[in-house]
Design a protein around this ligand. Structure first.
Ligand code: HEM
Length: 114
């Protein structure tokens, strides 16, 4: 939802106000998703470390994290000045974020088939 706002959807909503509302939930979800992922991992670590899709998924999570950090350290600092959608660099971060997290979830689902 936040990435769609950066792309210009729901432009009536101030970006930082929406961020204060949404981003704590997405950050908080890591407190559930990562420990459960680790629990799944320790159930069969050697097989998963030999699973290319699992390794790709971890790489995607790392890139998605770097993308989020670069966004918050970069264009997001000036979000109060945005009128509709964000500047081009913010749009790139938002599109990357959407693509990367959908890829992470898809990879997570595909692990069992490889
Ligand atoms: C950070 C965000 C993460 C997201 C969004 C995510 C998402 C998912 C999804 C959607 C699945 C498929 C669940 C299913 O088949 O019902 C999955 C499975 C799995 N995830 Fe994650 N995951 C994340 C992090 C991690 C981490 C950090 C690890 C381990 C280090 C991990 C390890 C696994 C394993 C082992 C499976 C099970 C594969 C299987 O046997 O089907 N995940 N994940």
């Amino acid at each position: 939802m936040f990435d769609l706002r950066v792309l210009g959807f729901g432009y009536q909503l101030r970006v930082k106000a929406l961020a204060r509302h949404l981003l704590p939930w997405s950050a908080g979800s890591m407190l559930l998703v990562v420990p459960t992922g680790l629990l799944l991992f320790i159930a069969d670590p050697l097989a998963l470390l030999a699973n290319r899709v699992f390794l790709v998924k971890l790489g995607l999570i790392l890139v998605a994290g770097i993308n989020a950090l670069a966004f918050h350290a970069g264009p997001y600092r000036h979000a109060d000045a945005w009128s509709g959608r964000g500047p081009p660099v913010a749009l790139v971060h938002a599109l990357l974020s959407l693509a990367l997290w959908i890829a992470v979830i898809t990879a997570g689902r595909l692990i069992a088939y490889f």
